[in-house]
Design a protein around this ligand. Structure first.
Ligand code: GLA
Length: 722
């Protein structure tokens, strides 16, 4: 039985307590403002000896009698707890006991790659715990790698990427993000943690995040504020099924509770059979411990820009999409008409959505044509080049929709390759009349890459691609895997799909890529690495979008969050435009059908976009009035400030009829000494001058609440030019 000693104090590690084991090591991971400290006991077992905020870089101590195991495996000392790692070994042993082998630290500029190598004390299996810091943001990336030389395959049943332990107060809450599925992404749910294990997972394989985004906010001492309170934020960077598990236990004679958070790929139905000599790599989990929710977002935005998004500093185009205005029903003349109008209102790019392809099985609805990526000459007699030219002739760019991973049974592709689809031995079920191609087949991966190559090659000048995936996996199975490896498919599919995405991104470095899966079904920090942005949700009702974008904006900068003005919800156009302007702005409206007054609103919105999208996309987000928690959920306000604090834009939204007195608008984060001129518009008319205010005035609530009545908005532009 190990005996515990104080392993850290204010000056750092205490390495020589009198009776400390000689092989004791203290390993501190300095994640940038917070840290995680591990130590090995005399048996070589790894324990968490510190975790938390520290300002100066020393680990915060936990109760020494409680030093929990750093990454508990089945067969560890606590038989009452679910493990983070559970393996059946080749000769049948179901327990795993890891002991420290060595620690490797590799400097990466200001950052560090830390690898803690462990070996099973009995069996020839190794687990490496890997951490990559990003001190500029304060977000820590962690994953584990498992390999072995046992006499046959081992089976991994649980393989969480991280399993930190916390002491939490009785008021601890967890916030999850996700609702009823399609068109209900990013619904905000906060609940008190009570004893027991709470599992928050996602399924569906291809678009799991339609159900639940793979991010989680843990507030160990009760709901935090924007600028105060402990907040632990965690994102599973994985394009497949994910799982968070929060195992909460009471502590005797104490009102604190201990909590083990496990996060990683969802192993449900996905146990992994691992051959000797091969390595299993878990998803990366990115997480941070911050003071206040504002800092959580600052950190995730910096990290997403620094480590995830492509071309993070490039301001995204103003996109006009035709999906909501035409669906599958269009021809060249109609599209050229929309391109004309897109250029006329001042957009940068026209995006042609679904329905442009299919020859022997034309894509007139969602029952046919997927897989056959030649233009439908009935609709587009001169193919895509005529549209690229039409756009270029009007000074705007052209983009195209594809869904390379899917096939309709009514297609030439399926008739030629019925064996290319994901299926088990049963007849595969159609979903949206389509089947998913199996990316574990090399010829399928090559085909998917060739889809994009051919579409772009056939329409030179196309500079934007919307990549969709409109069904989940329902009949999991792969002809590429042996009968006893079928459950590996869930993990292998993600890696195979990422390989395809990487090949396409590498092959077309100048083309901007939007990630879409029936809306926000693929919004994870893993898949996003090959993309510039994602389609946040098919739900574009601006009232819902305010709440969705609010939640999503906790994790992703607005440059990634595509937001288009549509007619969903039948809301006033100025309000719909204002909501879209607070994300990556665009339209999905029938611009040809708008009357002059509506066109004037669109033009005004584009003018605001020209002045503010750089701030919205690259500035610092400041959340002012919450539509998802707090006393009055009928209002929302948020702003974006320039790094030098010389400019800002603030969006105020009135979602319902006011039920309480309007709040004063408190705008923190500006330079208190500086005088700002403020111009305001609700988009029904040009901006009006509100006069000048100092940053200190604005932080003290000098500005009143401007929106009046349900579904009105006010956009405030702050500049230092007087
Ligand atoms: C999905 C997308 C939509 C649109 C359609 C086309 O639902 O989320 O934006 O592209 O597919 O079929």
């Amino acid at each position: 039985m190990a005996r515990w000693h104080r392993l850290v104090d204010e000056d750092g590690p205490v390495t020589t307590p009198d009776d400390a084991p000689p092989d004791q090591e203290v390993l501190r991971i300095d994640a940038g403002g917070w840290g995680w400290t591990w130590a090995a006991d005399s048996d070589g077992r790894l324990h968490q000896v510190g975790l938390g905020l520290d300002g100066a870089g020393a680990a915060v101590e936990v109760d020494p009698v409680w030093y929990p195991h750093a990454h508990p495996a089945w067969g560890g000392p606590d038989p009452f707890r679910p493990p983070a790692l559970r393996i059946t070994h080749a000769e049948g042993t179901t327990t795993t006991r890891l002991r420290l082998d060595r620690v490797e630290r590799q400097a990466l500029g200001d950052d560090e790659l830390v690898t803690v190598r462990t070996v099973d004390e009995l069996l020839a299996l190794r687990v490496a715990f890997r951490s990559r810091t990003h001190r500029y943001s304060g977000v820590l990336e962690q994953w584990i790698e498992i390999d072995h030389d046992e006499d046959g395959p081992v089976t991994l049943w649980d393989y969480d990427s991280i399993a930190p332990a916390f002491l939490v107060g009785p008021e601890a809450v967890v916030t999850q993000f996700g609702g009823a599925g399609w068109a209900d992404e990013w619904a905000w749910t906060t609940e008190r943690l009570t004893p027991g294990t709470k599992v928050l997972d996602s399924l569906g394989g291809i678009q799991p995040h339609l159900q639940r985004s793979p991010v989680l906010m843990l507030e160990p001492n009760g709901p935090a504020e924007e600028a105060a309170g402990d907040v632990i934020g965690c994102s599973i960077a994985w394009g497949g099924n994910t799982r968070f598990a929060l195992d909460v236990r009471p502590r005797a004679n104490d009102e604190t509770r201990d909590l083990r958070l496990r996060a990683g790929a969802n192993p449900l139905g996905a146990h992994y059979v691992l051959d000797p000599g091969t390595t299993f790599v878990t998803p990366t989990v990115a997480w941070t411990w911050s003071t206040g929710r504002g800092e959580l977002s600052d950190r995730f935005h910096r990290w997403t820009r620094g480590r995830v998004l492509r071309d993070p500093d490039r301001t995204r185009p103003i996109v006009v999409n035709n999906w909501e205005s035409t669906f599958f029903d269009f021809d060249e003349q109609r599209i050229v008409g929309l391109i004309d109008r897109a250029a006329d209102v001042g957009a940068d790019l026209f995006l042609l959505d679904d329905g442009w392809f299919g020859t022997s099985s034309p894509r007139d609805d969602d029952t046919a044509g997927l897989g056959d990526w030649d233009p439908d000459r009935r609709k587009l007699p001169e193919g895509l080049p005529a549209l690229v030219d039409a756009a270029a002739g009007r000074g705007i760019r052209f983009g195209i929709w594809v869904e390379p991973e899917m096939v309709n049974p009514d297609s030439d592709l399926f008739r030629a390759h019925p064996d290319w689809v994901i299926r088990d031995r049963r007849e595969p079920r159609e979903h949206r009349n389509q089947l998913a191609l199996d990316p574990l087949l090399e010829e399928v991966r090559d085909f998917e890459v060739s889809v994009v190559d051919r579409v772009l090659g056939g329409a030179p000048g196309t500079s934007y691609v919307k990549w969709d995936a409109n069904r989940p996996v329902t009949d999991p199975g792969s002809s590429a895997l042996a009968a006893d490896r079928q459950s590996n498919a869930w993990v292998d599919w993600v890696h195979a799909t990422w390989e395809v995405m990487q090949r396409i991104a590498d092959g077309h470095p100048e083309v901007e890529l939007m990630l879409c899966a029936s809306g926000g079904g693929r919004t994870d920090h893993g898949t996003l690495r090959w993309f510039h942005e994602f389609w946040t949700s098919d739900n574009t009702d601006p009232v819902t979008r305010v709440r969705m974008q609010w939640a999503c904006g906790h994790w992703f900068p607005a440059s990634a969050m595509a937001a288009h003005v549509t007619q969903w919800g039948d809301r006033p156009l100025p309000f719909a435009c204002a909501v879209a302007l607070s994300g990556r702005f665009g339209f999905d409206l029938d611009l040809e059908a708008l009357d002059d007054e509506s066109l004037a609103v669109c033009r005004r919105a584009v003018a605001v976009a020209r002045r503010t999208q750089d701030l919205v996309q690259h500035g610092r987000l400041v959340r002012l009035v919450s539509p998802v928690d707090g006393d009055d959920r009928g209002r929302a306000a948020l702003g974006y400030t320039a790094p030098d604090r010389n400019r800002a834009v603030v969006f105020c939204f009135q979602l319902d009829e006011p039920s309480s007195d309007p709040p004063a608008l408190v705008i923190p984060g500006l330079d208190p000494e500086v005088t700002y001129r403020i111009r305001a518009t609700d988009l029904t008319s040009d901006p009006v001058d509100l006069g000048t205010f100092t940053g200190a005035d604005l932080a003290a609530g000098a500005l009143g609440w401007r929106p009046r009545g349900s579904t009105t908005a006010s956009i405030l532009e702050l500049t230092t030019s007087v």
